[in-house]
Design a protein around this ligand. Sequence first.
Ligand SMILES: [Zn+2]
Length: 120
Amino acid sequence: MEKFNTMLAAAELATTRCRGWSFAMSKDRYDATGLLALAEMSDSEDPIDEDSFYVVSPTGAIGLCNDGEDIDWLFLSDNTPNEELPLTYQAVPQIKFCPNCGSPVVSGARFCEKCGKRIS
Ligand SMILES: [Zn+2]
């Protein structure tokens, strides 16, 4: 899952994955135009703080994660309304490669396990 600092950025990605959404609380319906307009308004009137972010599920559902707490799924995708959405955000591990020998390096490691080259 990708994370976004604005709802508009999340909505823009979501509109490439889905054509319709329902708001989780009220079941109000949104199409792509409505969703983008709402996102723009939400960003300008009620921006989230630095520790919070939006996430977009593979089917286009949009969730909000406040301060590293559980994800609130705000907009559910019409593609799979019963999609099992994760409650916590799992970052995709960053895979790095050794600049010397090209072996994959465990994230956070300081030296390459294969050739011993220092990883910056
Ligand atoms: Zn190496």
